[in-house]
Design a binder for this molecule. Structure first.
Ligand code: ITT
Length: 205
Protein backbone atom coordinates (compact mmCIF):
# COMPACT_ATOMS: atom_id res chain seq x y z
CA UNK A 1 0.00 0.00 0.00
CA UNK A 2 1.18 3.53 -0.80
CA UNK A 3 1.04 6.07 2.05
CA UNK A 4 2.03 9.73 1.77
CA UNK A 5 4.26 11.42 4.37
CA UNK A 6 3.12 14.99 3.81
CA UNK A 7 5.89 17.36 4.84
CA UNK A 8 7.80 20.10 3.06
CA UNK A 9 10.54 19.89 5.72
CA UNK A 10 13.60 17.86 4.61
CA UNK A 11 14.71 17.41 8.24
CA UNK A 12 11.44 15.74 9.20
CA UNK A 13 11.45 13.72 5.97
CA UNK A 14 14.88 12.23 6.76
CA UNK A 15 13.74 11.24 10.24
CA UNK A 16 10.55 9.61 8.95
CA UNK A 17 12.59 7.64 6.41
CA UNK A 18 14.68 6.23 9.26
CA UNK A 19 11.75 5.62 11.63
CA UNK A 20 8.89 4.37 9.45
CA UNK A 21 9.90 0.96 8.26
CA UNK A 22 6.86 -1.24 7.61
CA UNK A 23 7.36 -3.99 4.97
CA UNK A 24 3.88 -3.71 3.38
CA UNK A 25 4.07 0.09 3.00
CA UNK A 26 5.62 2.08 0.16
CA UNK A 27 6.13 5.58 1.59
CA UNK A 28 5.70 8.49 -0.79
CA UNK A 29 6.71 12.06 -0.05
CA UNK A 30 5.40 15.34 -1.45
CA UNK A 31 8.38 15.49 -3.81
CA UNK A 32 7.14 12.26 -5.47
CA UNK A 33 3.92 14.02 -6.54
CA UNK A 34 3.77 15.78 -9.94
CA UNK A 35 2.21 18.79 -8.18
CA UNK A 36 0.45 19.70 -4.96
CA UNK A 37 -1.23 22.67 -3.32
CA UNK A 38 0.37 23.48 0.05
CA UNK A 39 -2.13 23.06 2.91
CA UNK A 40 -2.35 26.08 5.21
CA UNK A 41 -1.99 25.51 8.97
CA UNK A 42 -4.98 27.33 10.47
CA UNK A 43 -5.33 25.41 13.76
CA UNK A 44 -4.63 26.56 17.31
CA UNK A 45 -2.86 23.42 18.51
CA UNK A 46 -0.27 20.97 17.18
CA UNK A 47 -2.95 18.25 17.04
CA UNK A 48 -5.34 20.44 15.04
CA UNK A 49 -2.64 21.43 12.57
CA UNK A 50 -1.48 17.81 12.10
CA UNK A 51 -5.08 16.83 11.36
CA UNK A 52 -5.64 19.78 8.96
CA UNK A 53 -2.47 18.83 7.02
CA UNK A 54 -3.18 15.06 6.97
CA UNK A 55 -6.84 15.49 5.90
CA UNK A 56 -5.98 18.22 3.36
CA UNK A 57 -3.27 16.20 1.59
CA UNK A 58 -5.28 12.95 1.79
CA UNK A 59 -8.23 14.65 0.06
CA UNK A 60 -5.97 16.19 -2.59
CA UNK A 61 -4.20 12.94 -3.43
CA UNK A 62 -6.69 10.18 -2.58
CA UNK A 63 -3.92 8.55 -0.50
CA UNK A 64 -3.74 7.64 3.17
CA UNK A 65 -1.53 10.41 4.57
CA UNK A 66 0.63 10.98 7.66
CA UNK A 67 1.29 14.60 8.72
CA UNK A 68 3.46 15.97 11.53
CA UNK A 69 2.99 19.23 13.37
CA UNK A 70 5.72 19.95 15.85
CA UNK A 71 7.72 22.65 17.58
CA UNK A 72 9.57 23.93 20.61
CA UNK A 73 7.82 24.96 23.86
CA UNK A 74 9.90 27.14 26.20
CA UNK A 75 8.43 27.40 29.72
CA UNK A 76 9.97 30.82 30.47
CA UNK A 77 8.19 32.15 27.34
CA UNK A 78 4.81 30.65 28.35
CA UNK A 79 5.18 27.84 25.80
CA UNK A 80 6.34 30.02 22.86
CA UNK A 81 7.24 29.59 20.06
CA UNK A 82 4.92 26.50 20.14
CA UNK A 83 2.81 26.17 17.00
CA UNK A 84 4.58 29.24 15.62
CA UNK A 85 8.04 27.58 15.76
CA UNK A 86 8.61 27.64 11.99
CA UNK A 87 7.81 31.36 11.78
CA UNK A 88 9.03 32.65 15.20
CA UNK A 89 11.28 35.36 13.80
CA UNK A 90 9.07 36.43 10.90
CA UNK A 91 8.63 34.56 7.67
CA UNK A 92 7.88 30.82 7.62
CA UNK A 93 11.20 28.95 7.62
CA UNK A 94 11.46 26.36 4.83
CA UNK A 95 13.82 23.50 5.75
CA UNK A 96 15.37 22.33 2.52
CA UNK A 97 18.46 20.17 2.15
CA UNK A 98 20.70 23.26 1.85
CA UNK A 99 19.68 24.87 5.14
CA UNK A 100 18.23 22.68 7.83
CA UNK A 101 19.21 24.62 10.96
CA UNK A 102 17.00 27.57 11.93
CA UNK A 103 19.62 30.23 12.65
CA UNK A 104 17.30 33.23 13.00
CA UNK A 105 14.75 31.41 15.13
CA UNK A 106 17.36 29.88 17.45
CA UNK A 107 19.07 33.26 17.88
CA UNK A 108 15.76 34.89 18.75
CA UNK A 109 15.07 32.25 21.41
CA UNK A 110 18.59 32.63 22.87
CA UNK A 111 18.23 36.43 22.99
CA UNK A 112 14.86 36.23 24.76
CA UNK A 113 16.37 33.92 27.39
CA UNK A 114 19.49 36.00 28.03
CA UNK A 115 20.19 36.12 31.78
CA UNK A 116 17.59 33.45 32.61
CA UNK A 117 19.18 30.89 34.99
CA UNK A 118 19.46 27.21 34.00
CA UNK A 119 16.69 25.99 36.29
CA UNK A 120 14.24 28.27 34.47
CA UNK A 121 15.35 27.31 30.94
CA UNK A 122 13.23 24.14 30.74
CA UNK A 123 11.76 23.38 27.31
CA UNK A 124 10.62 20.54 25.10
CA UNK A 125 10.04 19.54 21.51
CA UNK A 126 6.50 18.29 20.93
CA UNK A 127 5.34 16.28 17.92
CA UNK A 128 1.74 15.46 16.98
CA UNK A 129 1.12 13.01 14.16
CA UNK A 130 -2.11 12.41 12.31
CA UNK A 131 -2.91 9.54 9.92
CA UNK A 132 -5.91 10.27 7.69
CA UNK A 133 -7.71 8.66 4.78
CA UNK A 134 -9.43 10.92 2.21
CA UNK A 135 -12.61 10.55 4.32
CA UNK A 136 -11.56 10.64 7.96
CA UNK A 137 -8.91 10.85 10.66
CA UNK A 138 -7.68 7.31 11.34
CA UNK A 139 -5.25 7.90 14.23
CA UNK A 140 -3.45 10.61 16.19
CA UNK A 141 -0.37 10.20 18.39
CA UNK A 142 2.15 12.47 20.10
CA UNK A 143 5.53 12.57 21.79
CA UNK A 144 7.70 15.00 23.77
CA UNK A 145 11.47 15.42 24.16
CA UNK A 146 12.41 17.30 27.36
CA UNK A 147 15.53 19.41 27.77
CA UNK A 148 16.79 22.88 28.64
CA UNK A 149 17.68 25.77 26.36
CA UNK A 150 21.47 26.09 26.14
CA UNK A 151 23.17 29.50 26.33
CA UNK A 152 24.72 29.12 22.87
CA UNK A 153 24.20 27.04 19.74
CA UNK A 154 26.09 23.74 19.81
CA UNK A 155 26.31 21.06 17.11
CA UNK A 156 25.50 20.96 13.41
CA UNK A 157 23.40 17.81 13.00
CA UNK A 158 19.60 17.65 12.78
CA UNK A 159 17.48 20.66 11.89
CA UNK A 160 15.39 23.53 13.25
CA UNK A 161 16.11 24.28 16.91
CA UNK A 162 18.29 21.18 17.52
CA UNK A 163 21.45 23.24 18.36
CA UNK A 164 19.80 24.89 21.39
CA UNK A 165 17.92 22.05 23.09
CA UNK A 166 20.38 20.56 25.60
CA UNK A 167 19.53 17.08 26.93
CA UNK A 168 21.07 16.86 30.44
CA UNK A 169 21.07 13.01 30.58
CA UNK A 170 23.11 12.90 27.36
CA UNK A 171 25.36 15.87 28.17
CA UNK A 172 24.82 17.38 24.71
CA UNK A 173 22.41 19.27 22.51
CA UNK A 174 20.20 17.44 20.02
CA UNK A 175 22.36 18.82 17.18
CA UNK A 176 25.41 17.13 18.78
CA UNK A 177 23.68 13.74 18.54
CA UNK A 178 24.04 11.34 15.63
CA UNK A 179 20.76 10.82 13.80
CA UNK A 180 20.31 7.27 15.19
CA UNK A 181 20.66 8.67 18.71
CA UNK A 182 18.07 11.43 18.19
CA UNK A 183 15.79 8.93 16.44
CA UNK A 184 15.87 6.59 19.45
CA UNK A 185 14.62 9.16 22.00
CA UNK A 186 13.07 12.14 20.22
CA UNK A 187 9.52 13.49 20.32
CA UNK A 188 9.07 12.33 16.70
CA UNK A 189 10.42 8.84 17.46
CA UNK A 190 7.97 8.48 20.37
CA UNK A 191 5.01 9.62 18.26
CA UNK A 192 6.00 7.32 15.37
CA UNK A 193 6.48 4.34 17.71
CA UNK A 194 2.91 4.86 18.96
CA UNK A 195 1.53 5.19 15.41
CA UNK A 196 3.34 2.17 13.96
CA UNK A 197 1.43 -0.63 15.77
CA UNK A 198 -1.92 1.12 15.10
CA UNK A 199 -1.13 1.32 11.39
CA UNK A 200 0.18 -2.26 11.27
CA UNK A 201 -3.07 -3.49 12.89
CA UNK A 202 -5.17 -1.52 10.34
CA UNK A 203 -3.16 -2.95 7.42
CA UNK A 204 -3.65 -6.53 8.62
CA UNK A 205 -7.47 -6.25 8.91
P1 ITT B 1 5.59 20.86 7.28
O1 ITT B 1 4.43 21.62 7.87
O2 ITT B 1 5.59 20.88 5.78
O3 ITT B 1 5.73 19.48 7.85
P2 ITT B 1 7.22 22.76 8.79
O4 ITT B 1 8.70 22.89 9.01
O5 ITT B 1 6.48 24.01 8.39
O6 ITT B 1 6.97 21.61 7.69
P3 ITT B 1 5.81 22.72 11.30
O7 ITT B 1 4.80 23.73 10.91
O8 ITT B 1 5.37 21.52 12.09
O9 ITT B 1 6.57 22.12 10.05
O10 ITT B 1 6.96 23.51 12.08
C1 ITT B 1 7.79 22.80 12.90
C2 ITT B 1 8.97 23.67 13.31
O11 ITT B 1 9.36 23.27 14.63
C3 ITT B 1 10.13 23.37 12.42
O12 ITT B 1 10.16 24.30 11.36
C4 ITT B 1 11.31 23.48 13.37
O13 ITT B 1 11.71 24.81 13.47
C5 ITT B 1 10.73 23.05 14.71
N1 ITT B 1 10.97 21.61 14.96
C6 ITT B 1 10.07 20.58 14.84
N2 ITT B 1 10.66 19.40 15.09
C7 ITT B 1 11.95 19.68 15.36
C8 ITT B 1 13.07 18.88 15.65
O14 ITT B 1 13.00 17.56 15.68
N3 ITT B 1 14.22 19.50 15.86
C9 ITT B 1 14.33 20.84 15.80
N4 ITT B 1 13.34 21.67 15.50
C10 ITT B 1 12.14 21.09 15.28
Amino acid sequence: MKILVATTNSGKKREFQALLNIPEVEWLSLSDLPEFQEVEETGNTFAENASIKACGYAKQTGLWTVADDSGLEIDALDGAPGIHSARFSGTHKVHDDKQLIDHENTEKALALLEGVPNEKRTARFRCCLCLASPDEVLAQTDGVFEGIISTEKRGTNGFGYDPILYIPEKGKTVAQMQSYEKNSISHRAKAVMKLKPILEKMLRK
